[in-house]
Design a protein. Structure first.
Lengths: 142, 475
């Protein structure tokens, strides 16, 4: 899948969400050099996971783009140090942070959580690899 | 069978309990409905054995109604129950499905912890549920009470060893039932009869009395018609007891709260055949269609399976060693009264050396560690409960699956006993039917002591699919 094809999927959102999604991706991509971006174009959300390979279970962080906001997901969320209590959710391991703007990603506590998540990556990212985008699921739209 | 049961027979245990407590329905009315269902269906299906007379049951129900008017009552007050015939329960015979014990009546004070807790919580015991001889084999037939039949097709087996319990619950004879699971004895019959059962984490429900309390992977649990009712029943029997050193403290209230949970991003390992076990194509077809259900919850579902290594050696060594030490004297005295499969199992244990036992225990330690590492990433493992649909009731065990010969009388149920060896919680929940109408369940395995999460995912699955709402014809 090309960046242009992903952009076309993003473009189906409202103008505000298109802008927010692009801004969030612009902040995230440099933090995951060499990542495989797994794309799930679901009925209720557009999900983009940042993975060291094509296996979804190895995902480090992902974003889910809903109609009015974006959630940033952590998959080792039950074990990450979270002194500010940012992580939300009732899952056993998965936690999320709601992003109101791309600037939320620059908050030191969010950066620290993402750095910890990156340390948990198994396998680790191959920073020399070329970034790839892979469409894993596309829901039929009526 | 051209009539159907009283709606009370299929009211959930949670709701029945509430109706009785608030005196909107009496214990007598519930008992009357259940007895009518039992009298109508049990002669053909043979799920409940060693029954008390109806008059005695109704008098007991009246007594429970009187109590309700004078004092606060506990959560299971007034619900009829029949204990599994492997459990010692004062006032009832404990044949264990063996003619050797057909006239054995436990003494007062000899109740198992499970029976004791259920009684304390207010159930009304009306009988026992049928089992295979000594609970050996997942097919409920014995020389004392005969064969328990599957209500979806009475020419088929009910499974076992909690076979009588599963049929009684499936047909509305009882709102819930107790059971036990060493190699699949809760999950298999639940699967074969379209009901729900959780094999809990080892130690969640005390298993005393036990001849070897530190050895083995035996568990006790509850069968019911919904995940919510399994959780409800477990809330009253879970938690530490000094008679079982493997049991542990647990907050039972957590099981009474709604089971809803967020499964977005939960990583599910999908392996219907646990990495290559033979699975009947009818079962595989039903289960593969359900992968999408988990994806729709937002789960990350992918093909993955833990390394089970030499789990067969682990399970069979420890099981046959325990059987030999438990039954060797009995076998030498009453050999002619044992079924051939039981003789085989017990005698397998006679040849084991200390080195064999030590190796099996060490290998199990390695398996537990591999499973822990695997589940750090994959919170759940989803696989078949059974490798076959219910088979003929007059067939002791399936001799082959998809052309592959079964090497032992329990080889057809590796998808359950492999999981048992990991000590993890595992749920059997209805997942569909074969083309000829036989139930097929799906098995959800969770992390160690994460029983509530397993129940949560099973509950979500049940709500999304609704297969458990289908009742046997005529029930």
């Amino acid at each position: 899948m090309t960046s242009a094809e992903l952009d076309a999927i993003i473009a189906r959102r409202s103008p505000g969400m298109v802008k927010l999604t692009k801004a969030v991706l612009a902040k995230l991509r440099p933090r995951f050099p060499g990542a495989v971006e797994l794309v799930y174009d679901k009925r209720n959300a557009l999900v983009i996971g940042f993975c060291p390979d094509e296996r979804a279970s190895n995902v480090i962080n992902s974003i889910a783009v809903y109609t009015k906001w974006i959630n940033l997901y952590f998959f080792e969320g039950d074990s990450l140090p979270d002194p500010e209590g940012l992580l939300q959710g009732t899952g056993a391991m998965v936690r999320n942070i709601r992003l109101e703007s791309a600037a939320d990603l620059d908050r030191p506590a969010v950066k620290a959580l993402m750095a910890e998540a990156l340390k948990c990556a198994d396998p680790p990212l191959d920073k020399k690899a070329k970034r790839r985008i892979l469409l894993k699921q596309q829901s039929r739209r009526v | 069978m051209d009539v159907t049961g009283d709606p009370l027979c299929f009211t959930s245990a949670r709701e029945l309990s509430q109706l009785i407590k608030t005196r909107k329905v009496s214990a007598r009315e519930v008992m009357t409905a259940c007895l009518a269902q039992i009298n109508r269906l049990n002669p053909h299906l043979n799920a409940i054995v060693a029954r008390r007379d109806d008059d005695v049951c109704l008098k007991l129900a009246d007594e429970f109604d009187r109590l309700l008017r004078t004092q606060p009552v506990d959560g299971l007050h007034g619900l009829p129950i029949a204990f599994k015939d492997l459990e010692p329960a004062f006032g009832f015979p404990q044949s264990k499905g063996s003619p050797i014990f057909k006239n054995f009546w436990p003494e007062a004070g000899a109740d198992s912890v499970l029976v004791e807790r259920l009684r304390l919580r207010g159930v009304i015991p009306i009988g026992k549920t049928n089992v295979p001889e000594f609970g050996m084999g997942s097919q409920t037939y014995n020389q004392v009470y005969g064969t328990t039949r599957n209500p979806y097709d009475s020419t088929k087996t009910a499974g076992g060893s909690s076979g009588g319990a599963a049929v009684a619950v499936a047909t509305g004879m009882l709102p819930l039932a107790d059971g036990g699971d060493l190699g699949g004895s809760l999950r298999n019959p639940a699967n074969f009869n379209n009901v729900v059962a959780l094999r809990p984490t080892v130690g969640l429900v005390p298993t005393a009395p036990s001849p070897m309390p530190f050895v083995g992977v035996s568990t006790k649990g509850i069968l019911a018609r919904s995940v919510s009712d399994v959780a409800f029943g477990l809330a009253f029997v879970a938690g530490a007891d000094s008679r079982d050193p493997q049991s542990y403290e647990f907050n039972p209230r957590s099981l009474l709260e709604p089971l809803r949970r967020d499964f977005i991003g939960a990583r599910v390992a999908w392996s219907i055949d646990l990495g290559g076990l033979p699975v009947d194509r009818r079962v595989r077809r039903v289960l593969e269609a359900q992968r999408r259900t988990f994806e729709d919850f937002g789960c990350i579902v992918e093909d993955a399976c833990p390394d089970f290594g030499n789990v067969d050696e682990i399970f069979l060594t420890l099981r046959t060693w325990a059987s030999w030490n438990t039954y060797k004297e009995l076998l030498s005295e009453h050999r002619a009264q044992f079924k051939p499969e039981a003789v085989w199992e017990i005698e397998q244990g006679a040849h084991l050396t200390g080195e064999d036992i030590g190796r099996a225990l060490m290998q199990q330690g390695q398996l537990l560690e591999r499973m822990r590492a695997f589940q750090r990433k994959h919170e759940f493992l989803v696989c078949a409960v059974n490798q076959v649909p219910p088979f003929a009731a007059d067939e002791p065990w399936p001799k082959s699956i998809e052309g592959m010969a079964m090497e032992t009388y329990i080889a057809w149920m590796k998808t359950t006993y492999w999981i048992s060896a990991t000590c993890r919680p595992a749920l059997s929940v209805p997942a569909g039917f074969t083309d000829d109408g036989l139930p097929v369940g799906i098995q959800i395995v969770g992390r160690y002591r994460s029983d509530r999460d397993v129940l949560g995912l099973g509950h979500a699955f049940e709500q999304a699919t609704g297969f458990g709402r289908r009742r046997p014809e005529g029930a």
